[in-house]
Write a protein that binds this ligand. Structure first.
Ligand SMILES: NC(=O)c1ccc[n+]([C@@H]2O[C@H](COP(=O)([O-])OP(=O)(O)OC[C@H]3O[C@@H](n4cnc5c(N)ncnc54)[C@H](OP(=O)(O)O)[C@@H]3O)[C@@H](O)[C@H]2O)c1
Length: 267
């Protein structure tokens, strides 16, 4: 069966960088009409231009901070005003942190939870009526940090554990309405997330990735497209009876202590 999203409206949050950018591009290749959300307008425009080059469909761009109520409200309202419907919501936007209980502060906690949990909760709440109407589906981007226990993964790991359970709870609630809810849990994936919290130069990041790669059982870190392929698969009719699933795409990293490289970055 061919994977096509012709005439489907797909909203991707955090589409201005990393994994979200790859998700947007793959949906564009599949013919979707996109709503792309992020804070960096220039990056969003660049990604939108690359998406438009795929099938000639211009994405709709929304500059919004999803850690705020206004940002979530604007995203939901503008998407529905522009397209009049929604078929797929990809909750990808997220920030990380590397800290532990002995050195942490409440700002780190609030920043991570406001974006990775509260923002997802709020945006989903606002868009559920439209998804019920279209019998659409939701894909949340979680992390293996939500299940692997490693020092340095606080409070990010807690936030992703909450997102996993949010996925299961909302999947059960919306199943009778014909709306599916799933999550993809990436392992180590090339993006900007680590550089943002460490301030690593590109060279330092590449060295860190090489170290990380050695800890992955399959010997490779993921690229955004690896995650995007699973997202598109879950959002498509190939997965028509899949709901409440948390699918790891990590080369087996969840089974080992490889994430211990995160402890190096505690600050
Ligand atoms: N890379 C990994 O190894 C990895 C592993 C597991 C899970 N993940 C998850 O994958 C998702 C994407 O992360 P990434 O690795 O691609 O990181 P990234 O390159 O840093 O991209 C993060 C994206 O989220 C957006 N974002 C962050 N906070 C936002 C906010 N308050 N409002 C709106 N947009 C916001 C960013 O927008 P702007 O740049 O425009 O601000 C950016 O587009 C996250 O949920 C992350 O937890 C990543």
């Amino acid at each position: 069966m061919e994977t096509t999203f012709d005439n489907k409206i797909v909203l991707v949050t955090g589409a201005s960088s990393g994994i979200g950018e790859a998700i947007a591009l793959l949906f564009a290749k599949c013919g979707a009409k996109l709503s792309l959300v992020g804070r960096n307008e220039k990056n969003l425009q660049d990604v939108a231009a690359r998406c438009a080059a795929e099938k000639g469909i211009q994405p709709f761009i929304i500059v919004a901070d999803l850690s705020t109520d206004e940002g979530c409200e604007k995203t939901a309202k503008d998407t529905l005003a522009h397209y009049g419907r929604l078929d797929v919501l990809v909750n990808n936007a997220g920030i990380s942190a590397r800290t532990c209980i002995q050195v942490t502060d409440m700002k780190i906690f609030d920043d991570v939870f406001n974006t990775d949990v509260r923002g997802v909760y709020n945006l989903t709440r606002l868009l559920v009526p439209a998804l019920i109407e279209s019998k659409g589906n939701i894909v949340n981007i979680s992390s293996i940090s939500g299940t692997v226990v490693v020092v340095g993964s606080l409070p990010y790991g807690m936030a992703k554990a909450a997102l996993d359970h949010f996925t299961r709870l909302v999947a059960l609630e919306l199943a009778p309405k014909g709306v599916r809810v799933n999550a993809v849990s990436p392992g180590l994936t090339v993006s900007n997330i680590v550089k943002r919290i460490t301030g690593y130069t590109e060279e330092e990041y590449q060295n860190w990735l090489k170290k990380g790669e050695k800890t992955v059982p399959m010997g490779e870190v993921c690229v955004g497209e690896d995650i995007a392929k699973m997202v598109v698969h879950l959002a498509s009719d190939h997965s028509r009876l899949v709901t409440g699933a948390i699918v790891q795409v990590d080369g087996g990293l969840q089974f080992c202590g490889g994430l211990n490289i995160y402890s190096e970055q505690i600050k």
